[in-house]
Design a protein around this ligand. Sequence first.
Ligand code: F0G
Length: 374
Amino acid sequence: MTVQPITSQPPHNSIETPTPSDFKPWRGLIETYRPYLPVTEETPVITLLEGNTPLIPVPYISQQIGRGVKVLVKYDGLNPTGSFKDRGMTMAISKAKEDGAKAVICASTGNTSAAAAAYARRAGMRAFVIIPDGYVALGKLAQALLYGAEVIAIEGNFDEALTVVRKMAENYPVTLVNSVNPYRLEGQKTAAFEIIDVLGNSPDWLCIPVGNAGNISAYWMGFCQYHSVGKCDKLPKMMGFQAAGAAPFIDGKPISNPQTLATAIRIGNPAGWDKAWAAKEASLGQFNAVTDEEILEAYRLLAAHEGIFCEPASAASVAGLLKVKEQVPSEATVVCVLTGNGLKDPDCAIKHSNNQVKSGIKPEISKIAEVMGF
Ligand code: F0G
């Protein structure tokens, strides 16, 4: 029997369809931004082709602000392990491999552990992750386990976990891959490059959730570096947002018992304190706090009005923007960073959605039509 190919209408002559040579495959952020990164020909590039995440316009949110303000989200939840941490981890793990490391360690509220596990295992290394027991979202835990990390849950919070792993890395043959590892920020700064590559310039504001305060500094580094080589002619105001129950930058001092449902940023004593403040000061930006209710409001709004499902911590950037919207200059371009994918924390989505499954319905047209309101 001969196989008959399925044929469809050939494209109309006047329509140009792409050919394989039109596609330039994305090579991951190290290859793409190699001249801006501390790598050499000898560096083994450990990559899952991270980066190149979409910068998506969010018209409903723009409309909420009005006055010609244009808001876009940098949806970094579309990275290979579902968060921006992949940007930092491709660099940190590649450099650890170059240095001959056999194992890495990190403290994590979940996303760092997922990324560390994926990249370390791909590089043939052991990955030890220390997490606060009971405060890591389900999806993140599932990832770390399946990637093959050695997961150790401590009776303590992220800040205590970070203190422990710093000492472990000093005393044992394990490389620390938290954002105190400078290669992490080098990788993460590429998100700023991508924004400028798309917009042709820096946005006027960058709104970003702040936890351990690494990412805000990484973005600032990226904007400044591109500015210094003439890729943009302005720099954004860095607007950092913390959860109200975990807002040491607003309190002006570390917090010993941070609390928020946005577990990713449940951090009381950010390791990146000084650099983040320097970025805020240099950019004439601000730090503000958003309540869990404001975070949830933005989380639901992004999903139900824009079709974008991010995790609660990520929604802090949009919650923050809406909170201070009166301050946004008219006609400004604002980018909100959505750091992680909503699928990371399905429990939160189900618990805090205003929507419900209509269950117990018989499989009959009339019954279903009735439920549908017809
Ligand atoms: N958003 C998400 C989804 C995060 O996972 C984190 C940090 C942040 C924002 C804050 O970024 O720490 O650079 O200020 N997560 C770390 C972790 C702490 O362990 O996954 P930051």
